[in-house]
Ligand binder design. Structure first.
Ligand code: E4P
Length: 218
């Protein structure tokens, strides 16, 4: 399973990249706004900077229009920023149409805001490179987000769809473990959830003891 970081915060992206386990970055308009990025030029420069920090990863850049012609226009500009940009398109009617157009024209896409198996089938049929089911938001609404990952995995395997399942809206480390068990191809996570995987009290206790004992033969 590939690890993406789900943020537009450059310091956090650098920290995850330095850890050596990062395969890419996802952003969205809310994450960009949180970093105070304002204006088209600043947004485009921010994407370029992220591509430079993670030179071997896929970087999702989201369109903010909802009609076919404008999505295409916007997606072409984003795709031209860097060879690793993946154009992120919402799961709406014109979005599906645009994903098919991008696929036919050699531009890779990430279909975002996916909350059902039916939507995931449409994304795969349109040729999306990634489909992003938002498991945390499904959990927040009282349903089971992980169940959707299992269902999409089963459907994609039976049907032979090549679209990669990019589990999104991760809330805590156990979500990442469950995504790996469910066969997600990618998990995009906040830095806290990635670092949370490191933690175990027995590791801390064991290390303290080893370091203490190491003093005996230092
Ligand atoms: C996915 O690409 C989205 O950016 C993200 O995972 C949404 O997560 P949230 O529900 O925490 O906003």
């Amino acid at each position: 399973m590939k690890f993406f970081i789900d943020t537009a915060n450059l310091a956090q992206i650098k920290e995850a990249q330095d850890l050596g386990i990062l395969d890419g970055v996802t952003t969205n308009p809310s994450l960009m706004a949180k970093e105070g990025i304002k204006g088209k030029a600043a947004v485009e420069q921010h994407y370029k900077t992220i591509c430079e920090i993670v030179p071997n990863g896929d970087i999702s850049a989201e369109v903010v229009s909802t009609d076919f012609d404008t999505i295409i226009k916007e997606g072409k500009v984003l795709a031209a920023l860097h060879k690793n940009i993946i154009v992120k398109v919402p799961m709406i009617k014109d979005g599906v149409k645009a994903i098919k157009w991008f696929t036919d024209n050699g531009i890779a896409t990430n279909c975002t805001l996916v909350f059902s198996a039916g939507q995931a089938i449409l994304a795969a049929k349109a040729g999306a490179k990634y489909v992003s089911p938002f498991i945390g938001r499904i959990d927040d609404s009282g349903w089971d987000g992980m169940e959707l990952i299992h269902q999409i995995r089963q459907i994609y395997d039976i049907q032979g769809y090549k679209t990669e399942i990019l589990a999104a809206s991760i809330r805590y480390p156990n979500h990442i473990i469950k995504c790996a068990e469910a066969g997600a191809n990618v998990c995009t996570c906040p830095l806290d959830s990635i670092l949370g995987l490191l933690k175990h009290p027995l590791t801390d206790i064991g290390l303290a003891k080893f370091l203490e004992d190491a003093k005996k033969f230092a």
